[in-house]
Design a protein around this ligand. Structure first.
Ligand code: AHG
Ligand code: MN
Ligand code: MN
Length: 339
């Protein structure tokens, strides 16, 4: 039997190398345990009564699916008692989730999108969980405020996602490259299968919801039109398109075989600042992509440099292979940034 390194062995190695503290290691182990539990419920689907609407709305006015609520509960409960966290924030919770007073508080803040790709749950297509870890800037015994969470993404100490696809994988960075682990369902553990993932610099594949074309700004419309013209256009090459509509699945493809992913600013989402959430979607994905050698921008600014104003703030997202991200960014700088 082939010997594989477990997630625990990997994290102990990172701790010995000085890349993670003991508390951060515990935090990542607990997140891994929680996503395993979420994956079990997802894989049972209708058998667990887990499909369909919850009949409630989250803070962003979006209808919650049962699995949004279940995944959120699993993550909150798993992370409350270990003593590694000062507080949590979630897509599904309006304000900061404080650690109950009877548990000790730790030095980290955990943010998450418990269930990414909710529209794909009921059709049995890949979904995920995205998370981001920041340091708590407050003194240990004080309850952190929303303000304490509002740190730019470059301050993240760890970021990752779980992807619930044909196999369940955990993709992780602690600032020392991107590493993926595959869940061994029989043994119940994550095994190290993809060391130092890299995004190829060039690509011939893009991901965007093209039904929004009439809402796009001119730099994005120009960029995508040129890709669609293929061999007959200025790029002189054909490009392929994929759109799963689960950010986790689309970004995982980019991390695995290259590509560019865009959810740009458009007239439909302009008032909100974008579609995707900065603190628990854009920032962790931007850290992973940069750690894998790619680039991530709003079109006008590096995502990891955006200074957040609100917990649930939204931003435009363009990320992936460096050469393509650089090209779209340059189009934004061509003075044609208005719609
Ligand atoms: P969530 O399910 O957490 O609300 O996120 C959905 C996001 C993201 O996963 C995906 O890239 C995007 O919404 C898809 O949006 P469209 O339905 O507009 O294509
Ligand atoms: Mn999401
Ligand atoms: Mn979600």
């Amino acid at each position: 039997m082939q010997h594989r390194v477990s997630l625990t062995q990997f994290l102990i190695g990172e701790q010995r190398a000085g890349h993670v503290s003991p508390d951060l290691r515990l935090l990542l182990e607990v997140v891994a345990r929680a996503v395993k539990a979420i994956g079990v419920t997802i894989s049972k689907g209708a058998l667990a009564g887990a499909l369909g609407e919850a009949g409630t709305e989250n803070v962003q006015g979006e209808a919650q699916k049962k699995l949004d609520v279940i995944a959120n509960e699993i993550l909150l409960q798993a992370n409350e008692w270990g003593g590694h966290l000062a507080a949590m924030a979630s897509e599904e919770v309006e304000t900061v989730h404080q650690i109950p007073f009877d548990y000790p508080k730790g030095g980290y803040l955990l943010l998450f999108d418990p269930l990414d790709g909710s529209s794909n749950i009921d059709i049995n297509v890949t979904v995920g969980t995205i998370f981001s870890v920041l340091r708590n800037p407050q003194e240990k015994d004080k309850d952190p405020s929303e303000n304490d969470f509002l740190q730019p993404g470059r301050e993240q100490v760890a970021a990752g996602y779980a992807i619930y696809g044909p196999s369940t994988q955990l993709v992780l960075t602690v600032g020392n490259g991107v590493h993926a682990f595959t869940l061994d369902r029989e043994m119940g553990g994550f095994l190290y299968t993809h060391p130092f993932m890299t995004v190829p610099e060039d690509t011939r594949e893009y991901a965007i919801n093209a039904s929004n074309i009439r809402y796009w700004e001119s730099p994005v419309r120009r960029y995508i039109t040129e890709l669609q013209q293929g061999k007959d256009g200025p790029r002189g090459a054909d490009f392929n398109m994929r759109w799963v509509a689960s950010m986790v699945a689309d970004v995982h493809r980019v991390l695995t075989r290259g590509g560019i992913f865009l959810y740009p600013l458009d007239e439909k989402c302009r008032a909100q600042g974008g579609k995707l959430r900065l603190m628990y979607e854009a920032n962790p994905m931007a850290m992973l992509i940069e750690q894998a050698g790619g680039a991530a921008t709003t079109g006008r600014e590096r995502i990891l440099d955006v200074v957040p104003q609100r917990l649930h703030q939204r931003v435009p997202v363009i990320l992936g292979s460096r050469s393509e991200v650089a090209r779209v960014t340059s189009y934004h700088g061509d003075g044609a940034a208005s719609a």
